[in-house]
Design a binder for this molecule. Structure first.
Ligand code: ADP
Ligand code: ADP
Length: 239
């Protein structure tokens, strides 16, 4: 079944920057889709239109059977709990502990005070702990995030996204700040999350070889339009 659909989506910044023009594609439930293309192609804009961090200028975006454009604030908040976002620069609160950062995903960063663990139920804490363990962070649970390596920080970012039980992970250049070893760990985890948890993964990448290796499908973006939509094998054939 289709989870996400873009129909003739365009995004213009200001009066002259057309970041996306008439973008059409669909993503199936559980699919692992990579968006590739040069810097400035519109990858980040496209990804951020999905959870409305950026509002599309024109067109229609359907998620889970319903239009996400023009919905009310409360509905948007609910929608965003179904969409975990993972960032290049992790976007963690560095002075808080790992588990506090993960639990804050639930609160939507309403509170960034220290010592807020008491706000959470034992069940919530157990769930966060279980996810951290799955991601190999059981030894880091109470460390401050600024004491972690880049690869560990990104795993915390993924844990924060997963704790909300999302339908989709939106990952914006998740390995662009990591060395090759940490990159492999993160990509393997994202692939597992798609294959074993059935969560749809949409990931912006500028490394074409990584996209070819991990994806079910690839969207090639250039100058704000989709220039490729197909399997990794299909790209090899074109080259
Ligand atoms: P990518 O992620 O592929 O590097 P982006 O989506 O970040 O591409 O950018 C697409 C185009 O939109 C670029 O020309 C970029 O300069 C422009 N752009 C992105 N964000 C903004 C913004 N907030 N205001 C104006 N122009 C922007
Ligand atoms: P990666 O896992 O991607 O290889 P790095 O080891 O390069 O990540 O670390 C990323 C950042 O985290 C660097 O700025 C580094 O200085 C910092 N860092 C790594 N380990 C520690 C640590 N134990 N204490 C404090 N900062 C650290």
């Amino acid at each position: 079944t289709t989870l996400l659909e873009f129909k003739q989506v365009s995004k213009q910044y200001g009066s002259d920057t057309k970041a996306l023009t008439d973008v059409n594609f669909a993503v199936k439930e559980g699919e692992f889709v990579s968006i590739i293309g040069p810097s400035g192609a519109g990858k980040s804009t496209l990804l951020r239109c999905i959870n409305r961090m950026i509002d599309a200028s024109n067109g229609e975006i359907i998620f889970n059977g319903a239009s996400i454009l023009g919905i009310k604030k409360r509905e948007l908040k609910r929608l965003r709990t179904q969409m975990g976002m993972v960032f290049q620069h992790y976007n963690l609160v560095n002075r808080l502990s790992v588990i506090e950062n993960v639990l804050h995903g639930r609160l939507g960063y309403k509170s960034t005070l220290e010592g807020v663990l008491g706000l959470y139920s034992k069940e919530e804490k157990n769930q966060a702990y279980a996810i951290l363990k799955t991601l190999g962070l059981e030894g880091q649970v109470y460390k401050r995030c600024d004491q972690l390596s880049g690869g560990q920080k990104q795993r915390v970012g993924i844990a924060r996204a997963l704790v909300q039980n999302p339908k989709v992970l939106l990952c914006d250049e998740p390995i662009a700040s990591l060395d090759p070893n940490a990159s492999k760990v993160i990509m393997d985890l994202l692939r597992n999350i798609s294959t074993n948890m059935g969560i749809t993964v949409i990931v912006n990448l500028h490394q074409v070889d990584t996209a070819l290796k991990y994806s079910d499908r690839i969207l090639g973006v250039n100058k704000g339009t989709i220039v490729y939509n197909g399997t990794p094998a299909g790209i090899d054939n074109e080259q």
